[in-house]
Design a binder for this molecule. Sequence first.
Ligand SMILES: [Zn+2]
Length: 309
Amino acid sequence: MSTQRLRSILPHIEDLTYAELKKLKHQVDDLISKNQVGEVIAKREENLVECPHCSCNRLARWGFTKQGIQRFKCKACLQTFNALKGTPLYRMRMNQKWLKYNELMWHGAPLRKCAAELGINLRTAFRWRHAFLKAPSSIDVQPLSGVIEADETFVNESFKGKRKLHRSARKRGGGKVPKTPILIAMNRDGSVVHEVVDQNTKESICRFLQPKIAEGSVLCTDGNKSYIEVANGCKIDHKRIVGLDKIRVVEGIYHIQTLNNYMMNWKEWMVRFRGVGRAYLPNYLSWFRYMKQNRKSCQGLLLTAVTNT
Ligand SMILES: [Zn+2]
């Protein structure tokens, strides 16, 4: 749009009432959203080269869905499908609302609020949450290099979404809620790796961390002795920050505060979801990592959903 056209619109807007401006804002948001999601879907349509059923690359364009998404027909297996088949976004409607939904998720909005704000039903809100959460979980993370901070964190065990417990509910130490351990490491570029494990043992820490560390790195940890074996196994330098003498930084640069902040932010964000089932924790970790690293780009997230399948 030319600057002139834009300039001719502005005087009309200035006279609008608050309520009218609000309505206009909604319409503008809607149009922007349609454009950005449309761009993501168009990229998928352009880059689709093989049939999701038989992997044949002889595809014919075959009209559009009601939502305007390109359909294809495979010349080998004769199946028809739309461009989003095989992605977490397949069969999701109302695509003009997807970006807003991700924004609400970033702000930790409960499902009921998401449903009310977007005019969708609760079931849809629930399905969308899990579809979007799944999107960044398939991104491969390169081994960490440079100064690496590693630590463990714990979340209260939750059996949400499970019909019955597969073991008897156990209580430890005066009725404390059992904790699920999460191993996590990050370097100073902000690359993060994490894993939800059954037990916080030396073996699980070594198995998780050793393959994820590049040669020549420096590992920073707290006093947990398990990390000595990780560092020895990788033949890298190890800076242990032992809490006893209240020293938090070694040689001016070695500490685990960046990681502790990251974990604190993640936990604060998670509080709003009120107990996430263990099976879903990895997706929440990956989604949060993606949004942090990509400056909360909801469009980028959708792009990831259609390119990493
Ligand atoms: Zn086919």
